[in-house]
Design a protein around this ligand. Structure first.
Ligand SMILES: [Zn+2]
Ligand SMILES: [Zn+2]
Length: 371
């Protein structure tokens, strides 16, 4: 915040394929139940590069990106009832918290009530994605973030460093959702396709769920090095092996059967039929990486699915439970894994474009915006 003018700075994406710009905001008046966060840091992830290229539908540009953010409670809007975090405790200034980027899930529609699939609720809005910069400080790449009444706020547990939490970023709750669906049994061989933040988090969570062997198929080498540092047993570089060679190696590592469980976290359509083939008969395959529409892939329903008794599950987005559980897992087990090594660089608001470019070019595993 500019001490003379009292203005707050935010990094704004005006439209796809436009350079990021800085914009100044007046300090907002808080409505009852709202919370103003002073940003400590916000992640830069693949979603932001998709936003910069216009690959997500329904985005009301201009926006302030940044959908996973940690901040200090700066002010709580006066209201009759205290504003509470997910645990039910009243929020007080000075607390370090994160929040679920998804806001406004109605709790009344068919998806919320009957389908129990809140990620499909038509009322949902997402900080840093589907809220306009013209409506206020509704994204994390800003000195302050305005949390509207009803935003789900999750306190960071003592001992959990905010940089570690952001190093895992939205990849952790996304992977936690996927690995929960994967129902890994003790001793299972788990193949993770993709070595980005979701894939790395899935590989860590697979270990915590008792996997006997974790294999990551991905690239580039800098990410595979990180995967091995995170306890992955075997990495397979997609740049040096054909799909047939990868299949043969995984069969060799699994007594000829294939993986018990495979988690797809690549975003590449062709990875999906490959993942079906890497998984053993009656195994389980969770697809979490196809977040945007990247096109078609074909598979053989007889050879790849039906007699194989393959259990295929799709997984999209995460809810407050996944974020809450991520905080607990990171607080308890975070020290076992070198999360902060993933942060290749921290960027100021003025460097937001560089951060986007570096993530898009896969020069970094994880970039943080630190206002
Ligand atoms: Zn709903
Ligand atoms: Zn993200």
């Amino acid at each position: 915040m500019d001490l003379e003018t009292g203005l707050i700075t935010a990094a704004v994406m005006n439209a796809p394929h436009h350079a990021m710009e800085l914009r100044s905001y007046e300090r907002p008046e808080l409505e009852p139940g709202a919370v103003l966060l002073r940003t400590l840091g916000s992640e830069v992830c693949g979603t932001d590069t998709h936003l910069a290229k216009g690959q997500l539908a329904g985005v009301p540009y201009p926006i302030i990106p940044g959908h996973v953010t940690v901040g200090v409670v700066d002010e709580v809007g006066a209201s009759a009832e205290p504003v509470r975090d997910v645990d039910g405790n009243a929020l007080t200034p000075g607390q370090v918290v994160t929040f679920l980027d998804v806001y406004g899930t109605c709790g009344r529609c068919w998806y919320c009530t009957v389908g129990h699939a809140t990620t499909r609720c038509p009322s949902r809005r997402v900080y840093g994605v589907t809220l306009s910069a013209d409506e206020g400080l509704l994204g994390g790449w800003a000195e302050y973030v305005y949390l509207r009444p009803g935003v789900h706020i999750v306190p960071l547990r003592d001992g959990l460093d905010w940089r570690s939490f952001l190093a895992a970023g939205c990849g952790m709750p996304t992977a936690l959702h996927a690995v929960s669906l994967a129902e890994i049994a003790f001793g299972d061989t788990v193949v993770v396709q993709g070595a980005g933040p979701v894939g790395l988090s899935a590989a860590v969570l697979a270990q915590l769920r008792g996997a006997g062997q974790v294999i990551v198929v991905g690239g580039p080498e800098v990410r595979l090095v990180a995967a091995r540092r995170f306890g992955v047993d075997i990495t397979i570089d997609i740049a040096t092996m054909t799909p047939e060679e990868r299949l043969r190696q995984i069969k060799d590592l699994t007594g000829g059967r294939g993986a018990d469980v495979t988690v797809e976290a690549t975003g590449v359509p062709a990875a999906v039929p490959e993942g079906m083939r890497l998984t053993r008969d009656a195994g389980r395959y969770v697809v979490v990486g196809q977040y945007t529409n990247a096109g078609e892939a074909t598979f053989n329903p007889h050879l790849d699915l039906n007699p194989k008794h393959l259990d295929v599950r799709g997984c999209w987005g995460s809810d407050v439970g996944h974020v809450y559980r991520s905080v607990q897992v990171m607080a308890r087990y975070g020290a076992q894994f070198p999360w902060q090594e993933l942060i290749s660089r921290e960027y100021s608001l003025a460097q937001a474009q560089d951060a986007l470019d570096d993530v898009a070019a896969q020069k970094v595993v994880k970039a943080l915006i630190v206002p």
